[in-house]
Each structure stands twice: as structure tokens, then as C-alpha cells.
Design a protein around this ligand. Structure first.
Ligand SMILES: [Zn+2]
Length: 465
């Protein structure tokens, strides 16, 4: 057995029984063997001096579209629904090799930034081969993932072999059967937006995922959708509601009763989508809420940034509540403040629970898989702050030193291990040129302004006036 000892770190175990301590973490092969103030070095293959580091579970990103990696930055300046017209038409253009390049590159970036588990909400499962390419890329990158197999038809991909829901469910069933529940990369479902399908189809999608024992995820950008799902009888703890900002208080109550988790992506929600992230309100109503990066065509694959932005937007909500109630500057006792330990729990243990993985990851608990992040505190140290405050308010991806997934160091000294980064970059650039029509061999012309606009309007056609 290969044993690695992380020595003398500030440990944020996220395990309620272990709490915070200064001490050691012993990794044996793919597992955490022990966590204690002092562990013996005998029989250990490698000792990592963690005296100037914070050691915590790898971060868990519950919502990310890895397919968008080749066009990072393309949608950063978008406003509201413009994103749909700029980015989403490209999903139909992907070849399987582009899916591999995108998914591998996006996973590599997440690992570099301390994320060890991701829910990959795919919009471009255009053929079975596309899904297989995504899964192969996740396997190769070494990240832990729930691959959100997409139920969305892509007529613009020019294939008719894969455009009925029944065919998609059949392929999903086959792919899920090929992987056992203990595997690092497993299947989940990326549901269609509820307003893009009939209620009957929505129910069929959710029940198909549930029958296979898979977690599923749905974007919810309109009020009334939780109510509809409740009336259809399909609410449940295996369903991740992405955004859900417009959900009413009554709908949050429905989610609390039926189970289910909200995934907030605060940077995209506040910066592009134009609604107040539901983070604080969800906690006020006792609904589990976790975090995601979301569209990497617009924002960096950096969950640490989402923690900080999540804190800011929660505070804004608090200030507004206080002012509306005539108590500016006076805390609302019933409004749960979003402090650093809470935010870290949302991005580790709670997130693992939402993905059905809490028995395996999400905390530094002996017996769990060794998904571990070692963050250096840098030349200035912890100063007067706590370790949790440091991670949320001071740390950035440049502080990521070591990242273990299943006990394998995927990042060491802040660099990816075993990755030909020049080849990865070349694959991403080639995919970008194909998708945007700038490759002379590409069969796609650059999108016209009119095409973008039509797509944007089409995406929003079910929205209220
Ligand atoms: Zn999304």
C-alpha cells in the first residue's frame, strides 16, 4: 500500500465528529486512513510538510457545463438571454472529438483550481458517441464526476438516429449499466428545461432517471416550476434544481417537504441572469443549497470564487431584508448569515450529499476516498483569520498546491501531473476553430447576428412577457 502523510496542516475536516484541528492526514492508496493531531511517520512513503497549509476535502462543483471549455470567454460580456444565442447554437456543432477536448480541458482546469468532483451538465450529447467521448475524457482527466447525460434533442446536429426520448433513455440505460456505483465517473441526467417540454415529458424524464437510481438536474429560471413538478408527483431528493431564483416561498416549502437540493451559481445568476441568488432564502426555508460554477463560456472554472461571490450576494439579500423591514444595519435574527464555515460545507459535504456521494467523499473522514486539497497560505500566512475564513476570503487558485483524487495526486506544486498541456491546448484550439467556423475545413459558418437573435428568442419563448 502506498502511504502519504500530510503533516501538521490546519485541517478543515468538514466531518462533524472531527471538526477543525491542527494535525496530520494519512492517505493509503485511494483512501483516507487516519486523521489525528499527530501520526507516526514509520512505514510512510511520502511525507508532505503541511505546516503552512490548509488541508480540506476537495471541492465539489454541483453544476458546470464542461462542453463550453473551447469557447471560454465567448459569453463573458453577455446580458440576460444573449448567452443562449451566442453559445447554445454551438452545442449542435460538436463532434465526439470536440467533446473529448472540451471535457478534458474543463476537468483539468477544475482540478487545478481544487475541484475534485463535478456534476457535468451536458447540453451536447448529440449521439451515443458524444456521451462516450465525454465519459472517456472524464475518466482520463482523473476527476470524480457525475456525467449529466443530456435528454435534449439537437436537430441542428444533423442526426436523426438519436432524437427520440426513448432512444436516449435506452442509451443512458446501457451506459449506466456499464459502470458500477463505486466508479469514479458515474452517470446522471441533464433534464430538459421544464418550459421546453410538456409536463408529461418532464415526468417521464425524471422517472426514467429515478428508475435507474441516477441523480438528475434541471435548470429552473421561471416561477411555478416547482409547483408543477409537485403536482406531477415527481419531486424528490435525487433532483438538483439549478438556480431556482424565481421560486416562491411556498415552492421552497414544497422542496423542503419533498427533498431536493437547489444549486446556486451566484456569479452567473447575479452577473448575467438578472435575479437575486436564492442562497440565503433557501437556507431560511430549510432547503438544502449547494454551489456551482455554471457556464465556463462566461466565467472561470473556479469554485473558490463562487464561495466569495456567494457570500457577497447573501449579504446583499440580508441588507435588503433589513431595510425593507425598517431595521437598516440591524441583523435579522431569522435570516441565517452565510459565514465561511457554512459556505465551505455547501461546497464539500453538502454538495457530496446532493450528488449521492456523501458516503465516499465530502469530508476528511477515515474510510472515505482520498479526495484532498492542500492550499498553501502563502508568504503572508493565516494572519489573524481562521482557516475557514482564509479559504473563503483570502485564497485563490494560485494557492492550490496538491490535489488528490482517489489518493492520486492530480495536481502537485500547483501543476497538473501526467497531462501534456501543449496537446490539451492544441485540442481545445482545434475544437474552438471547428465550432466557431474559423477552421477552413469547418462545415460551419460563423453565426450571424440574426441566427443568434433567433436562438436567443427561441430559448425564451416560454418566458412570461
Ligand atoms: Zn447551467
Amino acid at each position: 500500500m502506498k502511504r502519504t502523510l500530510l503533516k501538521g496542516g490546519s485541517l478543515l475536516t468538514m466531518d462533524p465528529a472531527l471538526g477543525e484541528l491542527r494535525g496530520d492526514v494519512l492517505i493509503g492508496d485511494d483512501r483516507i486512513l487516519d486523521v489525528a493531531p499527530e501520526l507516526a511517520e514509520s512505514g510512510v512513503d511520502e511525507v508532505v510538510d503541511a505546516a503552512d497549509a490548509i488541508v480540506l476535502p476537495g471541492l465539489v462543483d454541483c453544476h458546470n457545463h464542461l462542453w463550453q471549455a473551447p469557447v471560454r470567454g465567448l459569453a463573458s460580456g453577455c446580458w440576460g438571454r444573449e448567452y443562449f444565442g451566442v453559445v447554445h447554437p454551438l452545442a449542435g456543432r460538436f463532434r465526439p472529438r470536440d467533446m473529448h477536448a472540451a471535457t478534458f480541458g474543463a476537468a483539468a482546469e477544475l482540478l487545478l483550481n481544487g475541484v475534485t468532483t463535478v456534476f457535468d451538465f451536458c447540453h451536447a450529447t448529440n449521439t451515443p458517441e458524444h456521451a462516450e467521448a465525454s465519459l472517456a475524457a472524464l475518466d482520463a482527466a482523473g476527476i470524480r464526476a457525475v456525467f449529466g447525460f443530456c435528454f435534449r434533442p439537437r436537430p441542428e446536429a444533423g442526426t436523426s438516429a438519436f432524437d427520440s426520448l426513448d432512444e436516449r433513455i435506452a442509451v443512458l440505460t446501457r451506459l449506466a449499466a456499464e459502470r458500477d456505483a463505486g466508479q469514479r465517473v458515474r452517470l446522471g441526467v441533464a433534464l430538459n428545461n421544464i418550459d421546453h417540454v410538456t409536463p408529461e415529458t418532464h415526468a417521464k424524464e425524471v422517472l426514467a432517471a429515478r428508475e435507474l437510481g441516477l441523480v438528475s438536474s434541471v435548470h429552473s429560471n421561471l416561477p411555478g416550476q416547482v409547483t408543477l413538478a409537485s403536482e406531477l408527483g415527481v419531486l424528490g431528493p435525487d433532483l438538483l434544481w439549478v438556480h431556482a431564483g424565481p421560486a416562491s416561498d411556498a415552492e421552497l416549502g414544497l422542496l423542503r417537504e419533498a427533498g431536493g437540493t437547489i444549486v446556486s451559481t451566484p456569479q452567473i445568476e447575479a452577473g448575467q441572469m438578472g435575479f437575486v441568488p436564492v442562497l440565503g432564502r433557501a437556507r431560511q426555508h430549510g432547503v438544502p443549497v449547494v454551489l456551482g460554477v455554471d457556464a465556463t463560456s462566461a466565467v472561470k472554472g473556479d469554485l473558490l470564487a463562487q464561495l466569495r461571490i456567494g457570500h457577497v450576494v447573501s449579504r446583499i439579500t440580508e441588507w435588503l431584508v433589513e431595510r425593507q423591514q425598517g431595521r437598516p444595519g440591524v441583523r435579522t435574527p431569522s435570516f441565517p448569515s452565510m459565514d465561511a464555515p457554512t459556505l465551505l460545507r455547501l461546497a464539500t459535504l453538502d454538495a457530496a450529499r446532493a450528488l449521492g456521494l456523501a458516503d465516499r467523499v465530502g469530508s476528511l473522514t477515515p474510510g472515505k476516498q482520498a479526495d484532498v486539497l492542500v492550499l498553501r497560505t502563502g508568504p503572508f500566512g493565516l494572519g489573524g483569520g481562521t482557516a475557514a475564513d482564509h479559504v473563503v476570503f483570502q485564497a485563490s487558485p494560485r494557492d492550490v498546491d496538491l490535489v488528490f483524487v482517489d489518493g492520486v495526486a492530480r495536481v502537485r506544486g500547483g501543476e497538473l501531473t501526467g497531462v501534456d498541456t501543449a496537446a490539451m491546448r492544441a485540442d481545445l484550439d482545434a475544437a474552438r476553430d471547428w465550432l466557431l467556423g474559423t477552421d477552413p475545413d469547418s462545415e460551419w459558418a460563423p453565426l450571424t447576428a440574426e441566427e443568434r437573435r433567433n436562438y436567443e428568442l427561441g430559448q425564451g419563448k416560454a418566458a412570461p412577457a
